[in-house]
Write a protein that binds this ligand. Sequence first.
Ligand code: NAD
Ligand code: DAU
Length: 343
Amino acid sequence: MRLLVTGGSGFIGSAFIRLTIKSEPGTEVLNFDSLTYAGNLENLTDVAENSRYHFVKGNVVDPQAVDRTIVEWQPDAIVHFAAESHVDRSIISPQPAVETNFNGTFQLLEAVRKHKISRYLQISTDEVYGSINEPAEADETYPLRPSSAYSASKAAADLLALAYFKTYKLDVIVTRASNNYGPYQFPEKLIPLMISNAIEDQPLPVYGDGTQVRDWLWVDDHCRAIQAVLKKGRSGEIYNIGGSLALPNIDVVEKILTAVGKPNTLIKKVEDRPGHDQRYAITSDKVMTEMGWTPQVEFEQGLMKAVEWYRKNTDWIERVRSGEYRDYYEKNYAHRGTNLAQL
Ligand code: NAD
Ligand code: DAU
């Protein structure tokens, strides 16, 4: 099996590659990644020397680079992770999200069509369903009501992928996961940001009242589900992948403070995210029934593992937070009154 993985140097893509190299001895992986601020070759140090792992620096919105790579690599399947994945960045500047998430998907689908690649997996998100009122949970047929440029660009990309299945009979599958957490997550996202700020006695900026609910999924559980869908998923189908654990943000932040051993007084309620979705909730019955998959890591256990990883890897955090991270932090948090002058 020859896999082309886009965005393999990011958080989930790198976890997927590490897991695949370890658990699938018959699989070779080519990681195609443009190395944006979120892409980091250090995330793949564990497999960098493995003869079944390969890397090409390239941009999914560049049709020549995509085409050349596919001609040379001859993949059996493509797993498309590459994206501008952060909602807050897409609010500050929507263009990169629209360009990469929609146009990047379009360029890949065109290449799949041209080269008749046998399987294309679109890695998507539960954010495409938008905010869901209690007690409902979205299954795969739930209406799409995205709220941000990030989630709207992901929803648009999903629809395009499914249109290519219908019109061109391509072997396309879409997966929609909930909020992932675990090692190597860029510290702009809630859990790694709060852990690293707590470790450094910095304020923990909770948007609005902190009652927003997210479903948390350990990243390796997500990657196992992707592996199963890649092998056994049905063409043209959508599979939700959730952690079956819904928690208000404020509870997550308090659990992090307890795990790090810091006081709740570090919590700072700040101006809310514009268009903030109040509640995400999906049902993963389909992937569980068809693939026999279940999430294995309980949230408390996963959080301890994450805290331990970020404690041990302060050098990694320092390196990824150097450079443009400061500019981003200023843009996102300064007007909310959270100053990272000490970072
Ligand atoms: P990430 O931001 O950590 O990594 C994104 C990767 O894509 C980086 O390596 C980056 O360099 C690369 N990339 C970005 N633009 C590119 C381009 N134009 N060409 C080539 N490479 C490019 O993202 P993540 O959190 O690992 O998310 C991966 C995928 O999973 C995304 O599609 C995201 O929408 C989806 N997803 C994420 C979550 C989550 O909780 N993080 C949940 C559900 C779905
Ligand atoms: O649901 C899946 C999605 O989860 C993925 O598609 C996205 O790629 C991923 O980034 C994530 O999106 P969220 O917007 O839910 O994740 P984030 O970690 O940015 O925020 C989680 C919640 O925490 C959200 O309600 C906003 C809140 N938050 C976030 C940050 C960064 C805060 O209260 N303070 C913060 O500083």
